[in-house]
Design a protein around this ligand. Structure first.
Ligand code: BJW
Length: 321
């Protein structure tokens, strides 16, 4: 990616930008911790705050094994809807900027993503250094404790016929008058059918368990291999120079705790968030940076010295969208 002289106007304070870029240049071991705010400008809602309500449900209350046990039809409608939304969304410049930095820096830069939407992989973020802490919407697994059936990269939409998102006749397309438009089932005014477990996907291996999304719900352990890789990065004993905390409210553990772990190993902390109140729990320290605003605008600028100007042709959605 070549630098362009005609850079966009700056969205960050020039003094902070310079000191961050100087530190990035001299940093060897780097971490990025990503949250839902990274994908906000791709049109995907976050968990907390304004976007965090799905119908009348707090999104985090649907993200539990208990909710799935109580009403698997409702929880599947929430996840099928989010798969559908994610498949229709595109990675934004923040995903591409991180992917470009990851390609440049290799295995000394690891990205710990709490996101399950598949947008970082679709932006070409190298899989070896992208650690999906909370799994993926596109992995499916058996919910039975006794079965370890797991299917990766399943993009079937809807997951099963009963979960098809209801449509209404579309008026957006004057040429195709038979076109249909999805109803927004996240809106309480759209009626939602009750779906019995018998109509949900069942495990092809054990034949009895219900299939569930391959994401990590509250109270569940994070994927073992991912945890081992993260531990290996921290346990190497080498200094960590920088942790970038991007688009996360830093409220969910163990993810939020990695900021303190990195700080304890010498890292300076750079926060990129729309809301400066969403600083890591231990607060901001001298030498940290708070870049307040949209990650999609800020990250390309923070990394420009290293990755050059992001151009349209560099931003290829590997899903072909
Ligand atoms: C922008 C922007 C823009 C907007 N640009 N910014 C220690 C202390 C206390 C509790 C615990 C603890 N350790 C463990 C726990 C329990 C629990 C926990 O953390 N609870 C907290 C609520 C306190 N943790 C767990 O249960 C974890 N498991 C675990 O610890 O296992 C060990 C164990 C197991 C069993 C027994 C004993 C030990 C698992 C956590 C799993 C979290 N899962 C979810 C759902 C995933 C599936 C799904 O997607 O549905 O993960 S919950 C939800 O929160 C999701 C997210 O990844 C996660 C974090 O949310 P995130 O990404 O930060 O989103 P938001 O919405 O909160 O924030 C968005 C931010 O973006 C905001 O700041 C905006 O301002 C900003 N923003 N637009 C930049 N354009």
């Amino acid at each position: 990616m070549a630098s362009s002289a005609a850079s966009k106007p700056s969205v960050v304070d020039p003094t902070d930008l310079k000191s961050f870029q100087d530190h990035l240049k001299n940093s060897k071991r780097i971490l990025a911790l990503l949250g839902a705010g990274l994908s906000a400008s791709s049109g995907l809602p976050t968990f907390r705050g304004a976007g965090g309500l799905w119908r009348t449900h707090d999104a985090t209350e649907l993200a539990t094994p208990e909710a799935f046990a109580r009403d698997p039809g409702l929880v599947w409608q929430f996840y099928n809807y989010r798969r559908h939304m994610a498949l229709g969304a595109k990675p934004n410049p923040a995903h591409y900027a991180l992917a470009a930095l990851a390609k440049k820096r290799g295995d000394e830069f690891i990205t710990l993503s709490q996101n399950v939407d598949g947008l970082s992989p679709r932006a070409g973020h190298p899989a070896e250094t992208l650690k999906l802490l909370h799994g993926s919407l596109f992995d499916l697994k058996c919910s039975s404790f006794f079965c370890n059936h797991m299917e990766r990269d399943n993009y079937t939409d809807p997951v099963c016929p009963a979960l098809a998102i209801p449509t209404e006749p579309g008026t957006d397309n004057p040429i195709d008058t038979t076109a249909k438009r999805d109803l927004d089932i996240s809106n309480i005014s759209v009626p939602l059918p009750s779906i019995p477990a018998s109509e949900l996907p069942h495990c092809p291996t054990c034949q009895t368990g219900l299939i569930r999304p391959g994401v990590v719900w509250f109270g569940e352990s994070l994927p073992g291999k991912v945890m081992d890789d993260v531990d290996a990065f921290f346990d190497s004993g080498e200094q960590v120079d920088l942790i970038m905390v991007i688009g996360t409210s830093s409220k969910v553990y163990p993810a939020a705790g990695y900021v303190d772990d990195a700080r304890a190993m010498g890292a300076r902390v750079a926060v990129v968030n729309m809301d400066r109140r969403d600083a890591p729990k231990s607060g901001m320290c001298e030498g940290d940076w708070m870049f307040e605003g949209d990650a999609a605008a800020i990250l390309p600028e923070l990394f420009r010295e290293e990755i050059g100007e992001l151009k349209e042709e560099d931003m290829k959605d590997l899903a072909g969208n």
